[in-house]
Design a protein around this ligand. Structure first.
Ligand code: DCP
Ligand code: MG
Length: 404
């Protein structure tokens, strides 16, 4: 069966949302991620910043060296998530299955709704227009016969791009002379291996298929297939209950050795995990913690089945798990729930969640929050909702760390 697949990818997503909401940022190099004086990386940046050589995943210090005149901002994930939900609404109108790859990116199976390439073209146009009119952002859209080709097509004319690749021949013609990394599953490490064997372009892969397979095993088989334009993968619709776990984690600006403080942070993380689970209508049967020590060694501990409906239950389990790990200096702490179950359709609004909080278990949690709040002269109870914003959470924890 022939498929018609659209791949849609927002342009400089986090940065574009911030520019949309503050037009004075327009035309400027905007870098979203850590601040230059913090440790961390660039999440994304505006196309103006990319001209300085800044890119996603780059160490923030390196970005600052390249672009000291840039504007640096922390990401606001809650905001991007809301935007993402609006985008889903638009996308889902035209697809029978939507596979979300990131907040800003999805494969859409439009085979049935488009009927033919002309129909797909119209859908792509409509998605681009509605994204502009209703969300105030631009996206790049690829229309193609396969997922790989659709992904390649959406990259082709970025930003605000549109491109189509209608069959394997077109795909092969387009990529043959390009570097092996043009095949989007080939990363720098794989490319290095291939190049050591004289395989530089996609054409070279096609004329050295046995070498590639021998060199890379299973991955090599896959790479030779896509180098020939073969990819029969289906669009797999996202369903929230397929998510294996929900977790929140946080990296301290400076390593922390005080485990009482770590426990306080765990409570805030547990609240955030609970909120997120409620919002997607899911419950967990297991609790896990993750710790990365100062030397980047990571450990996880988990327990199932346990009751972990509420933040305080998640917290109590997490504290038990913390007792099982070495007490050394900690760089990162994470708390999560897993073995999820729940009613898919039940997406709670923020108000619903807030109501549930007001009604239920709050006593133990509030006592704990009050106790911690007193220590730092902070009002955790009055500001509970703000704490679900990761950025606020991060700032609050840093404040606590410095004021112990
Ligand atoms: N992201 C991140 N860290 C990365 C890569 C991406 O946090 N290493 C985030 C920020 C991006 C979003 O995910 O805004 C989407 O990722 P993309 O790779 O699609 O990048 P952009 O949408 O920012 O830019 P482009 O126009 O190249 O798609
Ligand atoms: Mg993008």
């Amino acid at each position: 069966m022939n498929q018609i697949i659209i791949h849609v990818d927002m342009d400089a997503f986090y940065a574009s949302v911030e520019i949309r909401d503050n037009p004075t940022l327009k035309g400027k190099p905007l870098i979203i991620g850590s601040m230059p004086n913090e440790r961390g990386v660039v999440a994304t940046c505006s196309y103006e910043a990319r001209r300085f050589g800044v890119h996603s995943g780059m160490n923030i210090k390196e970005a600052y060296r390249l672009c000291p005149s840039g504007i640096y901002m922390h990401p606001n994930f809650d905001k991007y998530k809301k935007v993402s939900l609006k985008l889903h609404d638009i996308w889902n109108t035209y697809s029978t299955a939507s596979e979300y790859i990131a907040l800003d990116e999805a494969y859409l199976d439009v085979t049935e709704k488009a009927i033919d390439w002309d129909g797909a073209r119209k859908i792509a146009e409509t998605i681009k227009r509605r994204t502009g009119d209703e969300v105030g952002l631009t996206c790049s859209v690829g229309v193609a016969y396969s997922k790989t080709a659709a992904k390649t097509a959406s990259e082709e004319k970025k930003p605000d791009g549109y491109f189509e690749i209608l069959d394997a021949d077109e795909f092969v013609n387009l990529l043959s002379d390009r570097d092996v990394q043009a095949l989007y599953t080939v990363g720098p490490k794989t490319a290095e291996k291939l190049k050591a064997h004289g395989i530089f372009t996609v054409r070279d892969i096609r004329s050295n298929q046995e070498t590639v397979k021998h060199l890379l095993g299973k991955q090599g088989v896959w790479i030779t297939e896509i180098a020939n334009g073969i990819d029969n993968r289906k669009v797999i619709p996202y369903r929230p209950e397929d998510a294996k776990s929900i977790s929140r984690e946080l990296t301290f600006q400076e390593d922390v050795s005080d485990f009482d403080f770590v426990k306080e942070v765990m409570l805030l993380l547990a609240m955030s995990v609970e909120e997120r689970a409620k919002r997607v209508g899911l419950h967990g049967k297991g609790v896990s913690i993750k710790i990365t020590y100062y030397d980047m060694r990571s450990v996880t501990r988990s327990k199932s089945p346990v009751r972990c409906e509420s933040a305080i239950e998640i917290y109590n389990e997490a504290v038990q798990l913390l007792a099982q790990v070495d007490s050394e200096r900690i760089r990162l702490i994470g708390v999560g729930i897993y073995n999820l179950y729940g009613n898919v359709g039940r997406q709670l609004s923020f108000e619903d969640i807030f109501d549930e909080f007001k009604l239920s278990y709050d006593k133990e949690l509030n006592e704990k929050l009050e106790e911690i709040g007193k220590r730092y002269d902070l009002d955790f109870i009055g500001n509970k909702v703000q704490l679900y914003n990761l950025e606020t959470l991060h700032r609050t924890v840093e404040y606590m760390r410095k004021h112990r």
